[in-house]
Write a protein that binds this ligand. Structure first.
Ligand code: DAH
Length: 341
């Protein structure tokens, strides 16, 4: 009987050692340890043995069963480890395969244009200063030399929240805010980008909401030639180094004198084409010397201080530079349009 048991254990261990699937282990477990296994037969035969042999054989059976159980566990671990190793082998990454291209987002042409204008002026030592979009009538109009009944208010048909509060119609109120803040009257040199609002009809060239960048310099010896030099530099940076500028007299209540600024046509180089309506010049922005009334309203003595101001229309600059013929394209967020810039 002892021999039979040892042989059976030997045979079981050998067979288990060859198992390569978990399922095989289950089948072998049933075969060697299940109800119908030979071990069970041994247990039944045990009671017919002489009493002095019973413990010895019983012990042998138990040791045999333990060995088989142990082997089953060992094989289970091995099979699982093999499986993982196999999987890892199959899933190794081929780093030499070309990667998938991920479409990368970028800044909208509106933002790009503002940032380009900012860069030009920051390069000249200007400080960026933002103002509120919900503004007081006082700053938006009154202190900019546009008193309550001034007819030039009509040019900026406005969105009022109350009698004295409105959505700012231009970035010029930041001029007033910057001068008022500057109590010790140090030279002021700021640029102010932002959104402005008007009760305009929306069409190809107008929007009730658009962007402006204001520039302001106030110092003791700021002259019209400083303004002209600054405008020429900005025009050349934005439209090409070969560009020239032309100043035409204009009117803004907050500047005196006021100018409309043209740049020589960058399409025909000034010889005349459809872009410049055969004039050789394209209007780009308004500017001027800060009106004495604005200086006075902000506590500056016009006999001591002078300054100039510039107002860029962000969309206008972007449209001119990139040949965009409808302002609404800048607001509709069509990727076919946006991704061109
Ligand atoms: N604020 C003017 C507007 O919105 C634009 C402008 C013109 C600003 C002349 C200026 C300036 O600073 O000097 O129509």
């Amino acid at each position: 009987m002892e021999k039979k048991i040892n042989k059976l254990v030997e045979e079981a261990l050998q067979e288990l050692g060859k198992a390569s699937k978990l399922n095989d282990l289950m089948v072998l477990k049933a075969k060697y340890l299940g109800k119908k296994s030979q071990f069970n037969d041994f247990m039944r035969e045990l009671k017919d043995l002489p009493n002095n042999e019973k413990p010895k054989v019983g012990k042998l059976v138990n040791i045999g069963k333990n060995k088989i159980n142990h082997k089953i566990e060992e094989m289970k671990e091995k099979i699982e480890a093999d499986k993982i190793n196999q999987k890892l082998k199959e899933e190794t990454i081929d780093v030499t395969l070309p990667g998938k291209k991920i479409a990368q987002g970028k800044k909208h042409i509106f933002t790009q244009t503002i940032e380009e204008i900012e860069d030009i002026f920051v390069g000249l030592g200007y400080e960026i200063k933002e103002g509120p979009e919900i503004e007081e009538d006082k700053y938006n109009f009154e202190m900019l030399n546009l008193p309550k009944d001034h007819p030039a208010r009509d040019m900026q048909d406005s969105l009022y929240i109350s009698e004295e509060i409105l959505l700012r119609t231009h970035t010029s109120p930041v001029q007033v805010r910057s001068l008022l803040e500057n109590a010790d009257k140090k030279p002021v040199k700021i640029i102010s980008p932002g959104r402005v609002y008007r009760k305009d009809d929306d069409d190809q060239t107008h929007s009730h909401q658009f962007g402006q960048v204001e520039a302001l310099v106030v110092d003791k010896k700021t002259s019209l030639s400083d303004l002209k030099g600054t405008l020429l530099l900005a025009a050349q940076k934005l439209f090409g180094e070969e560009r020239q500028i032309r100043l035409r007299p204009s009117y803004f209540p907050f500047t005196e004198p006021s100018v409309e600024v043209d740049v020589s046509c960058y399409k025909c180089n000034g010889t005349g084409c459809s872009m410049c309506k055969n004039t050789g010049w394209i209007e780009i922005l308004g500017a001027g010397m800060v009106n004495n009334n604005v200086l006075k309203a902000c506590g500056y003595d016009p006999n001591e201080f002078q300054g100039f101001a510039i107002g860029f229309g962000v969309e206008r600059i972007a449209m001119l530079r990139h040949g965009i013929d409808d302002i609404r394209l800048l607001y509709t967020n069509d990727l076919r349009f946006n991704s061109q810039f």
